[in-house]
Design a protein around this ligand. Structure first.
Ligand SMILES: [Zn+2]
Length: 405
C-alpha cells in the first residue's frame, strides 16, 4: 500500500510516498574503501520530514556520483507506520532493538511473527548487516526525528569520544547520554556494532523548517564523514549558516533524568514548556493519575511530551562546560577507567570486565557523574548497588581495521 503524508506549512514539495517494506530510499556507492554514511528517516511513522528530506537529497546525489569517496545509504524507518501516519503500529520501532528482539527478528530466525515492527526490524536488519559486513572504513549512522512541540533542533548522541568528535563538527546543540535512558533505539544497536552515531530532532513534525534543517544536516554529514569534499558542495556554507541560525548558540547538555510513562499513567504535560527551557527544583511540570509531577532538580527540561503516544514524558538535563568534556577525553584516552576498581566500594564484575559494581554506601564521593566522565553508562541501580558498564567502541573504530587485512 502506498500512502502519502503532508508537511502542512511547506508550500513546495509536500508529500512523502513510501511503500510498505521498501526501506531503501537511495544507495550511492563511490569509492567502496571510503567511509559509509547511513541515514534513517521516519523511524517514527508520524515524522514525515525525515524520509522526505532523504528523498529530496537522493534525487540530487547522482550529480555528485563521480566525487563520492565512500558509500551512502538512505533508509526509510517504519514503513508500515508511515503508511498510516502513526508513530508506530504495534510497538515503537525506536525502542525495538533490544538484545532479544534483535535475535528473534534476524533475517534467518525461525521465529515467525506478524507484529508490524518485528517485520520492519527483520527487513532493516538484513540491509544493515550487509552494509556493516562490507564496510572497509568508518561507519556513520544518523537518524532524523521531529518533535510534537515547537523548539530548536538538537542532536542526541551516545557519549563516546568518537560520537562527540563527529557531532561537534556540526553547529548544533548536543544532548549527551540519551542511550543510557532509552532501551532499544536503532542507534544504540548500531553504536554497539561499532558505528559512530548521531540522532537529530529537527523541529516540529509538520513544519517546513524541519524539512530544511534535516536536509542541511545531511548535506553537511556527507562532508563531515569525508564522503564529499567541502569544495565539492557549493552550498556547504549556506547549509551551515542555516543550521547555525535555527540552532542559536550550540550547547552541550547531559541528560540526567527520564520521566518514563505508560498509557495507564494518563500523563499530561503542563501547558507551555519548551525544549531546553530552564526549570527549578520543585516546579510543577505535569499531571498524571498518581498525582502532580514536580521537577526533581534544577536544570533544563527536554523533549516535553505534547502528543498522545510515547513512553517518555520529559527529560531533565544540565549544560556541561567545555572544560569537563576536554578532561573526560584525556582521562578516557589514558584509560583511567581501568583503575576504578582500585577505589573503595567499586569492583569489577566477575562475568564481564567492562561492567563495574559500585556500592554507593561506601563510594559516596564519586557518584555516577565521575563514571560518565570516564566513559561508563548506568545500567541499573538497586538499593545501594549501582551497575555501570563501559561504553563500547569509545575511542577506536572496529571497521577501520577491516581495510588493513
Ligand atoms: Zn521520533
Amino acid at each position: 500500500m502506498i500512502q502519502t503524508l503532508s508537511i502542512t506549512d511547506n508550500p513546495l514539495e509536500k508529500r512523502v510516498s513510501i511503500t510498505e517494506g521498501e526501506h531503501l530510499i537511495g544507495e550511492f556507492i563511490g569509492d567502496d574503501k571510503g567511509a559509509t554514511l547511513i541515514v534513517f528517516g521516519s523511524v517514527h511513522g508520524n515524522e514525515a520530514a525525515g524520509a522526505l528530506a532523504l528523498q529530496k537529497i537522493a534525487a540530487r546525489l547522482p550529480d555528485f556520483a563521480p566525487k563520492l569517496r565512500g558509500r551512502v545509504y538512505f533508509l526509510a524507518g517504519n514503513t508500515r507506520a508511515i503508511a498510516t501516519g502513526a508513530r508506530f503500529i504495534d510497538s515503537d520501532l525506536n525502542r525495538h532493538w533490544t538484545t532479544e528482539n534483535i535475535k528473534n527478528n534476524r533475517p534467518d530466525s525461525p521465529i515467525k511473527t506478524k507484529r508490524a515492527e518485528d517485520l520492519e526490524q527483520t527487513e532493516l536488519s538484513a540491509i544493515l548487516e550487509k552494509i556493516l559486513q562490507t564496510a572497509k572504513s568508518e561507519v556513520y549512522a544518523m537518524d532524523l526525528h521531529s518533535t510534537s512541540a515547537d523548539g530548536v533542533p538538537f542532536a542526541t548522541v551516545g557519549d563516546t569520544l568518537r560520537n562527540r568528535d563527529f557531532a561537534q563538527k556540526f553547529p548544533v546543540t548536543i544532548l549527551l547520554g540519551i542511550e543510557e535512558q532509552l532501551e532499544g533505539t536503532i542507534l544504540e544497536y548500531l553504536n554497539n556494532a561499532g558505528a559512530v552515531t548521531f540522532g537529530y530532532e529537527g523541529g516540529q513534525h509538520f513544519s517546513g523548517k524541519t524539512l530544511l534543517t534535516h536536509e542541511a544536516l545531511v548535506w553537511l554529514a556527507l562532508v563531515h564523514s569525508g564522503i564529499l569534499e567541502k569544495e565539492d558542495l557549493p552550498d556547504f556554507e549556506k547549509h551551515e549558516e542555516f543550521l547555525r541560525e535555527t540552532t542559536g548558540k550550540p550547547r552541550i547538555v547531559e541528560i540526567r533524568y527520564r520521566h518514563a510513562i505508560t498509557e495507564a499513567d494518563e500523563f499530561k504535560m503542563e501547558f507551555g514548556f519548551e525544549n531546553f527551557q530552564p526549570v527549578r527544583r520543585g516546579e510543577l511540570l505535569a499531571q498524571q493519575k498518581s498525582g502532580a509531577i514536580y521537577a526533581g532538580e534544577t536544570g533544563l527540561i527536554l523533549m516535553p511530551l505534547y502528543q498522545k503516544l510515547g513512553e517518555d514524558g520529559f527529560f531533565l538535563g544540565r549544560e556541561i562546560a567545555p572544560f569537563w568534556l576536554k578532561l573526560s577525553g584525556v582521562l578516557r584516552k589514558l584509560r583511567v577507567g581501568n583503575l576504578m576498581h582500585l577505589l573503595p566500594g567499586v569492583k569489577k564484575s566477575a562475568y564481564d570486565e567492562d561492567v563495574f559494581e559500585i556500592n554507593t554506601r561506601v563510594a559516596r564521593f564519586f557518584p555516577l557523574q565521575i563514571f560518565h566522565l570516564l566513559g561508563f553508562r548506568k545500567r541499573r541501580q538497586r538499593g545501594d548497588k549501582l551497575i555501570v558498564s563501559r561504553r563500547r567502541h569509545d575511542t577506536k573504530s572496529p571497521f577501520k581495521s577491516n581495510s588493513q587485512g
